[in-house]
Design a protein around this ligand. Structure first.
Ligand SMILES: Cc1cc2nc3c(=O)[nH]c(=O)nc-3n(C[C@H](O)[C@H](O)[C@H](O)COP(=O)(O)OP(=O)(O)OC[C@H]3O[C@@H](n4cnc5c(N)ncnc54)[C@H](O)[C@@H]3O)c2cc1C
Ligand code: FES
Length: 251
């Protein structure tokens, strides 16, 4: 059952180019939130403008606080990045299906701000490995503590391995086996799935879609899967990658 609360911003700080870490006081939500779930985060605006809240994945939830990593792409995320400590904003959550907890090892593959829910999984699960990729070092999120072993890749080679985040996946599956959990651009998640499938391991992905309600009522976030149409907000955002109709997904 999600909670709809007015939450105080306790901290907001820039952690990469155009990217912010935002911490909110939200005890009920923090108690229930699981890795892979998200919240619909609203605005401190008396005129309800913007009207629609924006979906954001939890990157952490503990000690009565929830944390998000916000990358500015448009109006809503720009307004969130301008918040200051002490302001209050409405938040509805936790929403959606969490990642299934792996029985064996876990390899987390995060592209860009898709790393957010994987940081949460990395902190809650036993000894996962996180592959984290960005276009360049300016975009790399500086995290005060990384909850697990991390392998960084940048497309321009400015930090860590040079190339795509999925380039190192085959080697990690070979070394540790386990289930793959991916979040990021569609092309990246599809590649992670293809590698996992070739190597015979399971893969779960966390999808994004434009959302209006976030609770399964408006059908605005529907995608086509091999099991028919599914709502990303309610049936997902976490899906078994084998069930996705990858050809039908836009990047
Ligand atoms: C389940 C879920 C979890 C998410 N988690 C995070 C997160 O942890 N951190 C984060 O920074 N973002 C996350 N997002 C994406 C975030 O919701 C969008 O970036 C945000 O809603 C954009 O709002 P805006 O007003 O800034 O942009 P708009 O002005 O609405 O749009 C600006 C541009 O961004 C594109 N865009 C808008 N919404 C989305 C979306 N949902 N998916 C892909 N492209 C979009 C638009 O097509 C447009 O090109 C998540 C989305 C979903 C569905
Ligand atoms: S956003 Fe309304 S059904 Fe998913």
């Amino acid at each position: 059952m999600p909670f709809d609360t007015l939450s105080e911003v306790t901290a907001i700080q820039q952690i990469a180019e155009g990217t912010f870490r935002m911490i909110l006081e939200a005890p009920e939500i923090a108690r229930e939130a699981m890795p892979g779930q998200f919240a619909m985060v609203g605005f401190n605006s008396p005129l309800f403008d913007p009207f629609l809240r924006r979906p954001l994945s939890f990157s952490s939830a503990e000690f009565g606080r929830v944390e998000f990593i916000v990358r500015v792409v448009g109006w809503g995320t720009a307004l969130l990045s301008d918040l200051i400590s002490g302001e209050q904003i409405p938040i509805l959550g936790p929403l959606g299906t969490p990642f299934p907890r792996p029985e064996g090892g876990a390899i987390l593959v995060g592209g860009g701000v898709g790393v957010a829910p994987l940081l949460f999984a990395g902190a809650r699960w036993k000894n996962p490995i996180l592959l984290y990729g960005e276009a360049n070092s300016e975009k790399l999120c500086h995290m005060h503590s990384v909850p697990c072993e991390i392998i960084i890749a940048t497309e321009d080679g400015s930090t860590g391995l040079s190339g795509y985040v999925t380039d190192g996946l085959r080697e990690q599956i070979d070394k540790c086996g386990g289930t793959v959990f991916a979040c990021g651009p569609v092309k990246m998640m599809r590649r992670a799935y293809e590698i996992a499938a070739e190597m015979g391991v399971e893969c779960y992905v966390s999808l994004e879609a434009r959302m209006a309600c976030g609770v399964g009522a408006c059908m605005g976030c529907v995608i086509q899967t091999k099991d028919g149409y599914k709502r990303v907000c309610k049936d997902g955002p976490v899906f078994d990658a084998a069930q996705i109709d990858w050809e039908a997904l836009d990047d």
